[in-house]
Write a protein that binds this ligand. Structure first.
Ligand code: PLP
Ligand code: COI
Length: 345
């Protein structure tokens, strides 16, 4: 048990999923082929060249991960090495120089340690959201990769992404707007995918659905993913999730597949036709921000596929949620070695 740390005075139980100012962010600069040492900064804004490719051509990528206080007072990040590797994949696709895994993890360690008073106390259900972002800086007007880059990590304490936390939500299949293209960048965490998804997300919200569900952009026949999370389904003792090259490989989904296997379930990753969805017992939206959000119904054209009551999630999704969230806070032993402890002086 570590000593009690001083905490910021926040209403931890009622935090939104939004921006709250913390003490520091950390910044690294890439010039002449190498990265600088990271600098902690108290500034919330960045100077950026008016001709930066990050602004004009979307040469930009980001990540999202969470940090928790455990039951025994440790501060832990959930699988930051996986985020580091995914950011390398995103960067490779859009010609951004690689951030070494060690540098990414060092950035997370330093910025979290410097903001330790913002790590929500154990038992509040809240977490510290860590947002690494990288972009092409410097001036370039013709289309081409930038010569200079900036990598920043900021943190902000957050509550649940959808109001009410672990509470079922309704999803709408959005077919008239795609968030990704076949052979595009749907499998990378780049800002352009989210700009492309704004119209579909707002369209769904206006109709009363907090989550849009996208189909494969080529045939509109298979399930791809939700706007900011992967699709999972439960059928009997099987955990199913789509195989597609236009969805983001979710670290939460990857972890849940391992948990489901450990709990004795079969795991299937394969193309899932939208017509098959009505036969599923339970459906969930999974991601760092969404954790596992139970989906009570999916509205597709003139059909409604129902999975659970609007007030109560199904039993398997509930069990997976409990396992994942308890593992993240050290209440269940981390037999996978997923928790990365951060030392706070
Ligand atoms: N899909 C999209 C489009 C996302 O934005 C996210 C969030 O990061 C996910 C899936 C879930 O990925 P992860 O579990 O790694 O957060
Ligand atoms: C995350 O789950 O970390 C995300 O990036 C979702 C975000 C678009 C709000």
């Amino acid at each position: 048990m570590q000593t009690q740390r001083e905490k910021s005075k926040l209403d931890w139980q009622n935090l939104p999923f939004g921006y709250i100012k913390t003490d520091y962010n950390i910044r690294y600069f890439y010039k002449d082929g190498k990265w600088s040492e990271g600098e902690l900064s108290t500034e919330e804004t960045i100077p950026i060249h008016i001709a930066a490719p990050g602004l004009h051509y979307g040469q930009q990528a980001f990540e999202g991960l969470k940090v928790f206080e455990t039951v025994d007072g440790r501060i832990v990040a959930f699988r930051p090495d996986e985020n580091a590797k995914r950011m390398q994949r995103s960067c490779e696709r859009i010609f951004i120089p690689e951030v070494p895994v060690d540098m990414f993890i060092e950035a997370v360690d330093r910025v979290v340690a410097a903001n330790a008073r913002f790590v929500p106390p154990f038992g509040t259900g809240a977490s510290l959201y860590v947002r690494p972002v990288i972009y092409g800086a410097g001036a370039r007007v013709g289309l081409g990769p930038a010569d200079e880059y900036v990598f920043i990590v900021f943190v902000t304490p957050v509550g649940p992404y959808y109001k009410g936390g672990f509470k079922p939500v309704k999803a709408l299949v959005v077919e008239q707007y795609d968030r990704a293209a076949p052979n595009g960048v749907g499998d990378c965490k780049v800002g352009g995918n989210y700009a492309a998804g704004l119209r579909g997300g707002e369209y769904a919200k206006k109709k009363g659905f907090p989550i849009p569900l996208y189909l494969d952009p080529k045939e509109k026949k298979y399930v791809d993913e939700f706007g900011t999370s992967n699709f999972i389904a439960i059928k009997g003792n099987t955990y199913l999730t789509p195989e597609s090259n236009s969805i983001l490989p979710s670290i939460t989904n990857k972890s849940l597949m391992d948990i489901a296997s450990l709990l004795g379930m079969n795991v299937e990753k394969r193309p899932i036709a939208i017509d098959e969805v009505e036969h599923f017992d339970e459906v969930g939206a999974v991601g760092t921000a969404a954790v596992i959000t139970p989906v009570c119904s999916i509205h597709y054209r003139d059909k409604v596929f129902k999975f659970c009551d609007e007030e109560k999630a199904g039993p398997v999704i509930t069990k997976l949620y409990e396992y994942l969230t308890k593992l993240q806070t050290g209440e269940i032993k981390d037999t996978f070695g997923w928790l990365h402890e951060i030392t706070v002086k």
